[in-house]
Design a protein around this ligand. Structure first.
Ligand code: EPZ
Length: 426
């Protein structure tokens, strides 16, 4: 397993171009199963999660190539809707394939994706949404078979605004007979991107970005070319890293309107932020101020995917901050690792009490999940001395060569691969 070796204490500076959004690309790649023919998707970053999704599509019979951030898909030879359990376990987001494959083939077989480090990750809202559209579901152990001669539009209410369930139901409803409404839908920008992509192929969807989405079923879709939106979580991660190292960074290819809650929090800590079109400038030279209370909630509130990163900044703040995590029950695994670096954080059920310290110290720490790993990299950049981050594959799921990205901003960070037993210098 690769490691990242970081020499901390140097402010980040310079300009960086943000990669395409993992959480937009994954459902959009799944949505390509709704159409027969060649589809080109641009701005798709090279990530482990994207690799797994493309391998699943190849297993189902698609041709899939990924060159220079562009994915070329040909779904004409798609012949199966049985997703192998081993691949399902590699990435729970393969659940997104249920809706499109059910709509295209009238049947789909998946396996319980299982939980992960951050939580149980249930899929009951996905299954009940598909049942409302007329699907029959048979569960046999971890195997889930789903059948529907013809999906029919329905009125669906989500008990929780689940991002994945909203996207799965949208995709299943596109070719269903009649009108589907999804109330209490998730409102994330990635859902708006999925609507734009599907409508580009001839779907009739309105309301993405609000809590009510309406889908008018159509007979068929037509292949298209599309570019996914920039990744708001990668953008936010770099912004927090700039603030935690007291640097000056310019970020290009961003969507500032997708980061309103983070920009508000960073400004409250005293960080200067300037926005001009798709450019964000972040700078500070002083110690951050603490924030009484931050609560993670569904978009447009503060995103759970930036909780561990902002906690590093608060761990260095002048004062006490409270972070409440309301989305995932296991999303504080970075706290123990930050404590090894000198952070003073106490977890009380779903809240973390963060007492700011004046500095963090380099240590050997372990990434437990994608965003916790990103937080440890930020901590290593801000800390005094050397930090080794292990289990870097978690980070590679969502960041395209993070050491090269941050290296372009002056970070002293190298990847060490025990397999080749040498340092990979960008
Ligand atoms: C998406 O996951 C994102 N992943 C996650 O990003 C993100 O953290 C999450 O939305 C919340 O914003 C992708 O888009 C690929 P949910 P998803 O369904 O769809 C419960 C990252 O770091 N729930 O909104 O799985 C669930 O247990 C990843 O990039 C049910 O109870 O999130 C969780 O507590 C991590 N039943 C909560 O809802 C269901 O059927 C939020 O889940 C579905 C979900």
């Amino acid at each position: 397993m690769d490691k990242l070796v970081i020499e901390g204490g140097k402010p980040l500076s310079g300009t960086i171009v943000i990669q395409g959004a993992k959480n937009a690309a994954l459902p959009i790649l799944a949505a390509c199963m709704l159409v027969e023919g060649k589809v080109t998707i641009d701005q798709v970053p090279k990530l482990l999660d994207i690799d797994v999704m493309l391998n699943i599509l190849r297993e189902l019979g698609c041709r899939a190539e990924h060159e220079d951030q562009t994915v070329l898909l040909d779904t004409s030879s798609l012949h199966s809707s049985h997703i192998p359990e081993a691949l399902m376990r590699q990435m729970r987001s393969s659940i997104f394939l249920m809706g499109p494959l059910l709509a295209r083939f009238g049947e789909v077989t998946i396996y319980q994706p299982g939980g992960c480090a951050i939580g149980e990750r249930k899929i009951d809202l996905h299954l009940s949404g598909l049942q409302a559209l007329g699907a029959e579901i048979e569960e046999d152990g971890s195997r889930i078979a789903c059948y529907a001669k013809k999906l029919r539009g329905a009125e669906i209410h989500l008990d929780f605004p689940s991002v994945g369930a909203t996207e799965n139901i949208m995709m299943a409803a596109v070719l269903a007979e009649g009108l589907t409404t999804i109330s209490n839908a998730a409102r994330e920008p990635e859902i708006q991107d999925l609507q734009h992509f599907l409508n580009r192929m001839g779907a009739k969807i309105i309301g993405a970005g609000t809590d009510t989405i309406t889908v008018e079923g159509v007979e068929r879709l037509t292949p298209c070319n599309y570019q996914v939106i920039p990744d708001r979580i990668v953008t936010g991660t770099v912004m927090v890293a700039a603030a935690a190292t007291r640097g000056q960074v310019t970020l290009l290819n961003t969507c500032p309107s997708h980061l309103t809650s983070l920009i508000h929090v960073l400004r409250r800590t005293g960080v200067q932020i300037a926005v001009d079109g798709d450019i964000i400038k972040v700078g500070t030279a002083s110690r951050p101020k603490s924030i009484d209370r931050i609560v993670t909630s569904p978009y447009p509130a503060f995103p759970t995917d930036l909780q561990s990163q902002i906690m590093v900044l608060l761990a260095l703040a002048d004062g006490v901050s409270i972070m409440k995590e309301t989305i995932f029950e296991g999303r504080f695994k970075h706290v123990d690792e930050l404590a090894r670096m000198g952070a003073d954080i106490r977890v009380d059920l779903s809240s973390a009490i963060v007492r700011g310290v004046s500095r963090l110290y380099g240590a050997t720490v372990e990434a437990t999940d994608l965003r916790a790993g990103a937080a440890l990299v930020i901590a290593g950049l801000a800390a005094q001395g050397k930090t080794v981050v292990e289990q870097v594959h978690h980070i590679d799921r969502g960041y395209d060569r993070i050491e090269e990205m941050l290296g372009r901003l002056g970070a002293r960070i190298t990847r060490f691969s025990p397999i080749t037993n040498n340092t990979i210098v960008p």
